[in-house]
Design a protein around this ligand. Structure first.
Ligand code: GRF
Length: 214
């Protein structure tokens, strides 16, 4: 896992794995480009962690992942562009969660509060979280799935962020389950193949959250 922030998605993934022992993945490493809550959560959970000396050094990143025998990379609250060496090495096995319904409200600089402020400024009636494959550009990899929530009258960026986070925390761990089980695959030309074993994982979303796969 790559992180830069509080690590709430890491927390959600660890909770999911605790409740779902049959999930075919575990968190073997948390790497961050800065000291952050996600590293503290990893430490508390006894998970190996690392601070990247230079987040632009793709060779070092691939070597770090290799040392820890990483098969799949999850970006959760990671704010840096992933170097090409890593996105190529992990093509089809690197995914990111974005707190809006891509392709809308994504791209460079679109993270955190700014995303939700943009959704509100656009007058959108709904928002949510997108999990997508990572390619060499910000938030432009092939989308895998969306977890939609409503935008409520009187919403602030903070109230919307909190509602979207619930959607993220439901979708992300389950997409990682589908991906590592081989039920979600990146096909040729950016096509995403989602099998029944993946859709079977998202049958009980939280109230107000609706899931759609690519
Ligand atoms: C989340 O909103 C996520 O969508 C975005 O970064 C935020 C913080 O994630 N990528 P976390 O709480 O650090 O997991």
């Amino acid at each position: 896992m790559l992180a830069s922030g509080g690590g709430s998605n890491l927390g959600a993934i660890l909770a999911y794995l605790r409740d779902t022992p049959q999930a075919p993945y575990r968190v073997h490493l948390v790497a961050a480009d800065r000291p952050c809550g996600a590293l503290e959560r990893a430490l508390a959970a006894g998970i190996p962690s690392a601070t990247l000396a230079d987040a632009r050094d793709g060779d070092a990143m691939v070597q770090l992942f290799g040392t820890h025998e990483i098969d799949c990379v999850a970006l959760a609250g990671y704010l840096r562009l992933v170097p090409m060496q890593a996105t190529v090495r992990y093509a089809g096995q690197m995914v990111n969660v974005h707190p809006a319904l891509l392709p809308f409200h994504g791209g460079p600089g679109m993270y955190g509060r700014r995303v939700h402020a943009a959704v509100l400024a656009a007058g959108d009636r709904e928002s949510g979280a997108t999990v997508h494959f990572v390619d060499p550009h910000y938030d432009r990899g092939a989308p895998i799935g969306w977890a939609r929530v409503s935008v409520e009258p009187g919403d602030t960026p903070e109230s919307l962020a909190a509602r979207v986070l619930v959607a993220e925390h439901y979708l992300f761990p389950r997409v990682l389950h589908g991906l590592t089980a081989g039920a979600i695959q990146l096909g040729g030309h950016g096509a995403v193949i989602v099998g029944a074993a993946a859709t079977a994982l998202v049958t009980t979303p939280p109230a107000g959250v609706s899931i759609r796969f690519a």
